[in-house]
Design a protein around this ligand. Structure first.
Ligand code: GLN
Length: 532
């Protein structure tokens, strides 16, 4: 079933193999016909994770990066749409030499070509491939067919892991293996035999049930891997290693472990459990009403970044969801912001909730609550400053009000052409761009260097026509894109922490290496807390 943790399982397998001295690549196969995740609403599909080269991918790639500390690119993200688009492009290019092009084997062949390409390009020992969806459904059959063909082509170099859920029905109180037996059989019907079954459940799997799965699913009892619910996803590689999944996988390929490098990770997983002091962070956003995904999925990288920073400072974060629209309906509600140690306005699009976000920024600025604005959060901070400090009444972003008298945030010229021509997919300013930091700023100090690179996803920008005015009234432009002179970071003086960034620092935070701006933000939040 969905939400069973395939993404984290994939990331964790990557992690434990990496800790054994092997080079891994992780690939996600998404069954959507969409070319990428960029056009899907976050409440349907969770966060859009942006890779270095600008790929707008499924949020699972975020876990891949956070677990393996490796950068994702478009090579690591496949969708049905991409695969078909490429096959059709090649057909139009006469690349099939006059043959008829068929769903099978041409579509699976293209999937395999892409996967073999990743292995070659990354020079990796292992490619861990996550196939989205559920076995038995129609949507992912071509990916499963590709997986079957991959195995028949590389007999001794491919193995399969089935991630399955073993329910413990309340009244019965006993773990049930039957659904997993059927899942394994349904997989058999596609021509695939699982080598391992990851047994997701509330509890550890016991010997009796391992035997059952062995008998009915054609595996060895020890190849039913225990994967009980955990408090922190960072426990999962540790649990897999405890069950020797790393050694078992290597063994099946006739390989030996070269290193044992999970130590720092094990320590972190242990440390997380011991932290008692808390710091409370409020996220003011709008992607809270969910379809299939929970609200935390919409901002998962932001949440993980807050955790990484807080843990490194010896605190446990308490994260709250604050609905910007509530502040529009009832501005008195803004007072609740005083009870938070820090406030974040994350990325966003469109006009819903914008006025509430601007009110929240104003509140944080005036009440000296540490504020961190991410992308739209920077744009909101600039609008607030323009309206309330520079007295530019009705200043706005042209995304919300194209007729504003003071377009302090305006569409980038190339983007306005994209919007006019309705070229909306994959056309934002995407991926990594350099940023030059200004001496003497909070950001310069946090990063400890002058030139950084961060990932972007936006169409609008601070309007340079207003820059001189904004700066004359005290807005600090702490970082610019050197090539195009675009504002990348703003700060305010005389405030414990007030930073807005046009990029998305949350994509580069790692559990053992928190992002410097998140670290400084949480540090300021802790200072506020301890002062209270
Ligand atoms: N909507 C804004 C823009 O396109 C901000 C985007 C974001 O927050 N990722 O510029």
């Amino acid at each position: 079933m969905s939400s069973v943790g395939k993404g984290v399982a994939t990331a964790s397998i990557g992690k434990i193999l990496q800790a054994r001295g092997y080079k891994v690549s992780l690939v996600k196969c998404d069954m959507y016909v969409n070319i990428d995740a960029g056009t899907i609403r976050p409440t349907e599909h969770g966060e859009v994770f942006v890779g270095e080269d600008g790929i707008e991918a499924d949020q699972d790639l975020g876990n891949y990066e956070r677990f393996t500390n490796q950068v994702s690119t478009s090579a690591h993200y496949l969708t049905t749409g991409q695969v078909y688009a490429e096959v059709i492009r090649r057909e139009r290019n006469l690349e099939y030499d006059g043959e008829d092009v068929e769903v099978v084997p041409d579509i699976p062949n293209e999937i395999i070509r892409r996967i073999e390409g990743v292995a070659k390009k990354d020079k990796s020992d292992f490619v861990v491939i996550e196939i989205g969806g559920t076995v038995g459904e129609y949507q992912n059959v071509l990916f499963l067919e590709a997986a079957r063909m991959l195995k028949s082509r590389h007999k001794h170099n491919v193995l399969f892991v089935l991630v399955s859920y073993l329910p413990i029905p309340g009244k019965v109180g006993e773990m049930k293996t039957k659904p997993t037996q059927y899942a394994a059989r349904t997989l058999n019907a596609t021509g695939i035999q699982a080598d391992f079954i990851l047994c997701r459940s509330e509890q550890e799997i016991d010997a009796k049930r391992r035997e059952k799965l062995a008998l009915f699913c054609n595996i060895e009892p020890q190849d039913a891997i225990s994967a009980p619910d955990v408090d922190s996803i960072y426990d999962i590689p540790v649990n897999f290693a405890k069950d020797k999944l790393d050694l078992k996988i290597l063994n099946k390929f006739g390989l030996k472990p070269k290193t044992n490098r999970l130590g720092a990770w094990v320590n972190l997983a242990r440390k997380i459990k011991t932290l008692r002091k808390t710091v409370s962070i409020g996220i003011v956003g709008k992607y809270f009403n969910t379809g299939d995904f929970t609200l935390s999925d919409s901002y998962i990288s932001v949440i993980e970044s807050i955790k990484h920073a807080s843990w490194s400072l010896g605190f446990q974060p308490k994260i709250s969801w604050l609905d910007a629209e509530e502040y529009e309906k009832d501005p008195k509600k803004l007072r609740e912001l005083s009870s938070y140690d820090g406030i974040i306005v994350p990325g966003g699009f469109g006009s819903r909730g914008v006025e509430g976000k601007i009110l929240a920024v104003e509140y944080a600025r005036k009440h000296k609550i540490p504020y961190f604005g991410l992308c739209y959060g920077l744009q909101m901070a600039v609008i607030e400053f323009a309206r309330n400090i520079c007295k530019l009444k009705d200043a706005n972003t042209t995304e919300v009000n194209p007729k504003t008298p003071y377009p302090v945030i305006d569409v980038m010229p190339e983007q306005s052409a994209n919007i006019k021509e309705k070229k909306m997919g994959g056309t934002m300013r995407l991926g990594a761009y350099p940023c030059q930091l200004k001496a003497g700023t909070v950001s310069r100090k946090a990063y400890g260097g002058t030139r950084i690179s961060e990932r972007h996803r936006h169409r609008y920008e601070v309007n340079n026509e207003f820059r001189a005015l904004l700066e004359s009234r005290g807005l600090i432009v702490a970082g610019i894109n050197p090539g195009r002179d675009l504002v990348e970071i703003i700060e305010l003086k005389d405030h414990p922490f007030f930073v807005g960034v046009q990029f998305h620092p949350e994509f580069k935070s790692r559990p053992l290496d928190p992002h410097p701006l998140f670290r400084e933000f949480v540090k300021a939040a802790i200072v506020r807390k301890t002062k209270e």
